[in-house]
Ligand binder design. Structure first.
Ligand code: 8YV
Length: 313
């Protein structure tokens, strides 16, 4: 275990396995070198980098159980081609993250955090909070219509907001307008919600051109990965009115958030709390344990990622 996980995960894994906790070692590298020949599985905290270099050092490695639906911090491609199974925690967080996306959208459009700050500062006693933009009359674009994207689309439908989408492929069983590129999607909508996986394939997918296409009434919401949005282009677009505002739960270098974003009033910033409730994190943690126990007992793991297991050719 390279980094700490929720206490109940550590307790359950301690009961079933001999767990080496790297972060507790005075010299993590020395501990890794010592135990590497016997390590057969990794329990990976959210965001813990499980690189090809690390896995190469573990000749008996068979399974990497990651905490989180996103596994861009795990080199699943390398693992897959070396017969190592990678698991993630899908489904159990879908509704929670979609709730967060809707909340963040409303916070950004209706300027609700600013309104709350206004009240707390006593300004309401002087005059009412200024009128804000509205969700009424808007069209939303979902960039990445997977499980979470679909749950977000259902919420927008309930709000009377039409939804369009872009993904790598048009989905035959989805009856929503499809756009072939992110720019085309952005042009058609005025709320753009980023729900793609992270990693090299989506790096800076939302760039200056997409933001320009979103336009001066547009709101960008990102609950996926900070790397999907060109942060410098976003700062510029928020500053010069290329777009109206943004709601961000994720950042390229989190937990560091650029001062340029902190300085702006037309962006709502959350500390990566998309799935962060006791209920959902409990379910995610249980799935991390269930995947490892299934692997150890020789049963199929409940939630392997699609890249694995692929036997080396
Ligand atoms: C994780 C997330 O819990 O699931 C994901 O991909 O981003 C979060 O829900 C987070 O990575 C944990 O640090």
């Amino acid at each position: 275990m390279p980094a700490p996980m929720m206490p109940f995960i550590m307790e359950r894994l301690d009961q079933a396995f001999h767990v080496h906790k790297l972060w507790l070692a005075a010299d993590a590298d020395a501990l890794l070198a010592e135990v590497a020949p016997s390590v057969r599985a990794i329990a990976a905290a959210g965001g813990a980098a499980i690189t090809a270099d690390l896995m190469r050092r573990l000749p008996r490695l068979e399974c990497v159980s990651g905490f989180g639906v996103g596994y861009d911090s795990i080199d699943a491609q390398w693992a897959g081609t070396h017969g190592i199974t990678v698991t993630n925690t899908p489904d159990v967080l879908t509704e929670e993250v979609a709730d967060t996306a809707l909340a963040l959208t409303l916070m950004a459009v209706r300027r609700l955090p600013q309104a709350e700050r206004y009240l707390r500062a006593g300004h309401w006693l002087e005059k009412p909070f200024p009128l804000t933009p509205s969700l009424r009359g808007r069209t939303a674009g979902v960039l990445g219509l997977g499980r979470i994207g679909k749950a977000i689309a259902r919420r927008f439908a309930a709000c009377g907001v039409p939804v369009h989408y872009h993904g790598r492929h048009r989905q035959a069983d989805v009856d929503l307008p499809y756009h072939a590129t992110p720019v085309d999607l952005a042009r058609a909508v005025d709320v753009l919600v980023v729900v793609t996986p992270g990693g090299s394939e989506t790096r800076n997918l939302v760039d200056a051109a997409v933001l320009k296409a979103l336009g001066p009434d547009g709101i960008l919401v990102n609950i996926a990965r900070g790397t999907v949005v060109d942060e410098q282009a976003l700062v510029a677009a928020l500053r010069d009115g290329t777009i109206l505002g943004a709601g961000l739960d994720v950042f390229a270098q989190e937990p560091a958030v650029p001062q340029a974003l902190l300085d702006l009033d037309n962006v709502v910033l959350l500390p990566h709390v998309g799935s962060a409730t006791t209920h959902t994190r409990q379910a995610m943690g249980q799935l991390v344990v269930d995947n490892l126990v299934a692997w150890a007992e020789g049963r199929p793991v409940p939630t392997p990622v699609p890249e694995t297991p692929i036997k080396a050719g």
